[in-house]
Design a protein around this ligand. Structure first.
Ligand code: SF4
Ligand code: SF4
Length: 144
């Protein structure tokens, strides 16, 4: 199989190659808080209402930007958005010149390797429908 992610830049990838970089961890669908003083980003365990926890996939992927204005729709034309991604995310890793980890499905050949490595959010999150927006800071996590 072609190791296209090693041979091409993000800008050179076609849509299918781009989409397959997503490991399905679900971390980018967690609410984040930014420290106003330091600019530091904190992930919470509170997930977007459209994230299906069992699969860590979006239930409204095609319509996500309309339904959830804060949804990050990644594009190589806006690399600054990669700073809002977890450090394990393939888009962020590749944009920084780092390799994909061994648990990434493109490397392991196994979609379950993400959850098996403890990388996915499965079993660790709360839906935003259960949390008041003012209480997000009570749910900051350090496993992202
Ligand atoms: S953080 Fe990255 S790899 Fe994980 S679901 Fe989001 S886009 Fe995909
Ligand atoms: S709408 Fe966006 S943030 Fe919400 S689950 Fe779908 S992809 Fe994730």
């Amino acid at each position: 199989m072609s190791l296209y992610w090693e041979e091409k830049s993000l800008a050179e990838m076609d849509q299918s190659e781009w989409e397959r970089l997503c490991d399905g961890c679900g971390k980018c669908c967690l609410h984040k808080l930014e420290d106003e003083d330091t600019g530091e980003l904190h992930f919470t365990r509170v997930a977007c209402r459209y994230l299906e926890e069992s699969s860590c996939r979006c239930r409204e992927y095609a319509d996500r930007k309309r339904l959830q204005p804060e949804c990050l729709v990644l594009t190589v034309k806006e690399p600054e958005t990669f700073d809002w991604l977890p450090e394990t995310c393939a888009y962020r890793l590749l944009s920084q010149g780092n390799p994909l980890p061994s648990w990434h499905p493109l490397v392991s050949g196994n979609v379950d390797s993400v959850a098996e490595a403890g990388i996915s959010v499965r079993g660790k999150i709360l839906s935003e429908v259960c949390v008041h927006p003012d209480g997000l800071d009570e749910h900051i996590v350090h496993w992202v």
